[in-house]
Ligand binder design. Structure first.
Ligand SMILES: C[S@@+](CC[C@H](N)C(=O)[O-])C[C@H]1O[C@@H](n2cnc3c(N)ncnc32)[C@H](O)[C@@H]1O
Length: 292
């Protein structure tokens, strides 16, 4: 039977085996915050998951409000970061307080759009995010893009570790721009019996230009990366996704500085074109290999 959304066993596996991306996202956000001159303040983490980003940001001296619709994720987050505040609710139904940064990592915007919202509703959310940012504040998200599964539009993936395993069958509907994932997890409970749980996730896919233009039209300078900067060479690169940063003009110079740094195997070559919200956004990315 297909059970709940981000239930306990799925959350356990995500937390145990897939925490390197939010960890890298957190360190990237910290760098953006410091370069923009924000030494403290509130960071709002939308779709905060098990609190990996919240832990890094809190340890660095910021306050964190994490918002997530999954009770299992919120339980893990509260356990991991007792000093942060977590709300178990949909971001579509909650107020966003004024903040130095808002993050929505780990495809959070795709999930929000899949559950609740068409593009117009996501525009409403982006407007609320932009309005909640202090001058020089930072918006950071990563999103899965249309075409992620290539020409077959289908992918099967198996993951296993001691005492746990997960199958993910993904299918992209290119007409509706939706990605569905059938997820089965097996977890050994009490050291003996295996428990199976099933979930179905729906993600709304956003064309990168549409998202970047939307964020830029809200007065934020937009920059795009292929992945978060990271040190771990064994870490699986993000594929079919993009990291988008929106920042007010006061911090634009800092963002450009970061933009000149290498990002894993990739290099950022964008920013100026989107700094002026009145002009159309043009994404310009290239790989380090291509650019030498
Ligand atoms: C893949 S997880 C990402 C967790 C974490 N941000 C990370 O980077 O690893 C996506 C999260 O978004 C949450 N989510 C989905 N729809 C949401 C909504 N409408 N409001 C708040 N959280 C939501 C899910 O419960 C899930 O924890």
């Amino acid at each position: 039977m297909v059970s709940d959304f981000f239930g306990p066993d799925h959350c356990h596996i995500i937390d145990a085996d897939f925490s390197s991306h939010p960890f890298d996202a957190a360190n990237f956000l910290l760098k953006l915050l410091r370069d923009a001159g924000h030494e403290d303040g509130l960071v709002v983490d939308i779709g905060c998951g098990s609190g990996v980003l919240a832990e890094v940001i809190t340890q660095a001296g910021y306050s964190v409000l994490g918002i997530d619709i999954s009770a299992s994720m919120i339980d893990l987050a509260r356990h991991r970061v007792p000093r942060a505040v977590f709300r178990c609710e949909s971001v579509m139904e909650t107020c966003l307080p004024t903040a130095v940064a808002v993050s929505a990592t780990g495809e959070a915007l795709n999930f929000v759009g899949g559950l609740h919202a068409d593009r117009a509703a996501i525009l409403g959310l982006l407007t609320r995010i932009a309005a909640s940012l202090l001058p020089g504040g930072i918006f950071l998200c990563d999103v899965t893009l249309p075409g992620i599964l290539g020409s077959t539009h289908v992918k099967h993936r198996w993951h296993e570790r001691e005492g746990r395993a997960m199958y993910v069958g993904s299918h992209e509907d290119i007409i509706s721009e939706m990605l569905s994932r059938q997820i089965a997890t097996w977890r050994q409970v009490d050291g003996a019996l295996w428990r199976r749980s099933d979930e179905r996730h729906l993600l709304r896919l956003y064309p990168l230009d549409w998202l970047a233009e939307s964020v830029a039209s809200m007065g934020l300078s937009v920059s795009i990366l292929d992945d978060y900067p990271h040190q771990d060479s064994a870490r699986e690169p993000m594929q079919g996704r993009a990291v988008l940063t929106g920042i007010s003009s006061r911090a634009g110079a800092a963002l450009l500085k970061i933009g000149n740094q290498r990002c894993g195997a990739r290099r950022l070559r964008t920013s100026r074109s989107a700094c002026d919200g009145s002009r159309p956004y043009v994404a310009t990315r290239e790989s380090a290999a291509a650019s030498g």
